[in-house]
Unconditional design. Structure first.
Length: 128
């Protein structure tokens, strides 16, 4: 394998990581369906779980314990929002070349939630 080929592969892997990181950040920051949970609502549910655990049978205790662990984890990550601006800047830098190499259209990016303004910054248009 030539040096140029190895460099091209490395560039492709780096671009793929940048695109993946941005798309995953978009997914994680997308609002969830239903009522938004707050720290107070999670704390309230944790209190109810603690009360229910005392009288629960073994199977119910297992389910409540898992729910409690999930809620504690969610509570711990509530303030750690993703700063998508750096990821977006890197995405706009590499997305056009990545899309051209992989045959990914404007419509595909839009359908998975990439904003039109971001695609425009990246140089990806409907006609491309």
């Amino acid at each position: 394998m030539s040096k140029d080929h190895k460099e091209a592969l490395a560039v492709g892997r780096a671009e793929g990581r940048s695109v993946r990181a941005y798309l995953e950040a978009l997914d994680s920051s997308r609002p969830k369906r239903g009522r938004k949970r707050t720290k107070d609502s999670i704390s309230s549910r944790l209190d109810r779980i603690d009360a229910e655990l005392e009288a629960a049978d073994a199977l119910k205790r297992l389910q409540l314990t898992q729910e409690r662990l999930d809620l504690i984890e969610e509570l711990g990550t509530m303030d750690t929002g993703v700063d998508i601006s750096e990821l977006e800047a890197e995405f706009t830098r590499v997305a056009k070349g990545y899309a051209a190499r992989k045959g990914i259209s404007y419509a595909a990016f839009r359908q998975i939630g990439v904003p039109a303004a971001v695609l425009k910054k990246a140089g990806i248009s409907r006609a491309a």
